[in-house]
Design a protein. Structure first.
Length: 284
């Protein structure tokens, strides 16, 4: 087991599934872990559970909804105010919606949480990561980027024709393109960024979509891999000595794989970056 004593990690979406397993693993390895969660009650429950499992008290809670940029900014400021270094940022939180939903910022919710939440939080914490180098950023992406053939720049938020799988797939493609561009920008800084595909995992993703969303994980749990199995690549990317200095790569089952060509499109990555900057400009 990797010794993470003296290291600090921040994990988003840590109240269930892959995020919870990953956060518990990092804490058990000795890291101080900040859990960024949306639900205060679930957050407190997981906080107690991880402290007990890890055998130490250096596990902390930050409450924020990544769908709201003002809350992301507040959460980042809350962490920065601790003065702690940041060695591992695991961007794990994600949602999928059966129908169109708009955030308070006027942005389609899946794109707002799954991409802009990662983008904004990471940008706000980037200086601290650089100061703490060597440090790692890990994005939980997905082979759901196969559901699309590239970024739909002419209708990025699917305002005209909403299709759940394509909307989710594009948000996961955005994770990969963001990591690709960020890795290039961070070259030589001591901060690496990689993406992982957890596999088809039985988690709470989509449970906000009524009865079907609540039943689906129960059905698919028989066929899907467990959160423990799904978290293996996240933990590997966050901690493995093999990945020291490795950046801009994509991992599945703790092995490097190649995403689809449209997830390696540098021009699209640069364009997405510019658009993302525009979408987070307004101070919350």
């Amino acid at each position: 087991m990797t010794d993470l004593n003296g290291k600090t990690a921040l994990v988003t979406g840590a109240t269930s599934g892959i995020g919870k397993v990953s956060a518990a693993a990092l804490a058990t390895m000795g890291a101080s872990v900040y859990l960024l969660c949306r639900n205060p009650d679930k957050g407190q429950e997981v906080l107690r559970s991880i402290k007990e499992e890890a055998g130490h008290e250096r596990v902390y809670l930050i409450i924020a909804d990544l769908a709201e940029q003002a809350q992301v900014r507040r959460a980042a400021q809350e962490f920065l105010a601790t003065g702690e270094p940041l060695h591992i940022l695991l961007n794990n939180a994600g949602i999928t919606n059966a129908s169109w939903r708009e955030t308070v910022d006027g942005i389609e919710e899946t794109f707002a949480v799954n991409h802009l939440g990662y983008f904004l939080l990471t940008q706000l914490l980037l200086d601290r990561l650089k100061q703490s180098a060597p440090a790692r950023i890990v994005n939980v992406a997905s082979d759901a980027h196969h559901f699309v053939k590239g970024m739909r720049f002419d209708d990025l938020e699917f305002r005209h024709k909403y299709k759940t799988f394509q909307v989710y797939g594009q948000s996961k493609l955005a994770n990969l393109l963001y990591a690709l561009e960020l890795a290039e920008r961070l070259e030589g800084s001591g901060v690496t960024v990689n993406s992982v595909h957890p596999g088809a995992v039985a988690t709470g993703l989509g449970t906000q979509n009524g009865l079907l969303g609540k039943i689906l994980p129960l059905i698919t749990g028989v066929f899907f891999r467990s959160p423990e199995k799904g978290a293996e690549s996240s933990i590997f990317a966050c901690t493995s000595a093999q990945l020291e200095g490795v950046s801009g790569k994509y991992f599945y089952n703790c092995k490097e794989i190649k995403p689809k060509p449209w997830a390696r499109d540098r021009e699209a990555a640069q364009k997405l970056w510019q658009i993302s900057e525009e979408m987070i400009k307004t101070e919350g």
